[in-house]
Design a protein around this ligand. Sequence first.
Ligand SMILES: *Cc1c(COP(=O)(O)O)cnc(C)c1O
Length: 389
Amino acid sequence: MYKYFDAFKSNMKIVKDDTPVRQNVLAYGKQSIDADDIESVVKVLKGDYLTTGPYVKQFEDDVAKYVGKKYAVATSNGTTSLYCAIYAIDLKHGDEVIVPAISFVSTANCVEFMGGVPVFCDVEPDTLNIDPNKIEKLITVKTRAIIAVDFAGQLCNYAKIREIADKYNLKLIADAAHSIGAHGVGALCDLTSLSFHPVKIITTGEGGMVVTDNLDYYNRMMMFRSHGINNDYKSRYLHYYDMKDIGFNYRLTDIQAALGTSQLKKADKFVARRKEIVALYNKELQYLKDYIEPLTHKYDSTHHIYVVKLKNLNRDKFFERMKAENIGVNVHYRPIYLHSYYQNKYGDRTGLCPIAEQVYQQIITLPIYYSMTNDDVYSVLDAICKILM
Ligand SMILES: *Cc1c(COP(=O)(O)O)cnc(C)c1O
């Protein structure tokens, strides 16, 4: 059935044919929506509030409880939730925030757009999380905060990062877009930002949230997500309101929140299946260890994405050939400071984070999602072996 994988394992040569190993494309990630999810959304559509209603509050309460935090602010996506977190700490023009070199652009953009300066820290070569040993030398009198990203869903070494933050009186923000469902997500952080984009662990279509134990942060974020005005659904019939600061409309709808509440009930199940898929990949990739190395897992992970490092293979060629076999591969991520915007503004900083730059040339994301079957995993392995033969 998986002729290339079988032949590779037994060191046999076989003739390759031109047809792709899969007839249909295997996505690198996607959502899982069931009948309960659909019913929850339909209920909202038939009700009185499509937005700024009770379902948003319910979803916030549910997520806060799930992650063990006092307060939660739902937002329109996991990018606007980062903006809320930056607003919460009252970042001033020119303040510096330390961020990992490898992440989605939002992690740095929230600092940049809010008038701060993102300072890029190199990553650990084995986990691709921010390297705690490289943070301290980046701290200046202007440093206000650290944003740590739980890359691929694996929690960072927060004990170490918290110690540094406390020593220098810095705020610690988790960009936990990948890691809702990991044990202890956000535990040692002042603010934790989540994303509910369809490829993430649970989805609301678009959506995000910030969780915190700090009431002042909570109040600031509630105001910021709604134009700098505090108007929840209970007070909407009062004509008087006051805009205390300049803000945005970053609200989540009740339609999305109802989907989120329904999805959250399945988060543990989703993560458990992802762990099974990773175990299968890791076991079978032993046969390919001269070519492919999975990331190291030292801390709990949701396995939001399955990233491997290629050895002795050209990543871009490999990428093209996997696509030709109908395997949906991706690359997470190009070092943020290499993007044109950052290059144009701050100059060419090639060499700034050598580990990130080197690893970027090697990494590729293989498909993983809750409803992916073991057969799907073997089709990925088959495609890899076809390319290697
Ligand atoms: C997805 C993601 C975001 C942004 O979330 P959206 O909901 O897509 O806006 C931020 N940071 C990281 C690390 C992400 O992967």
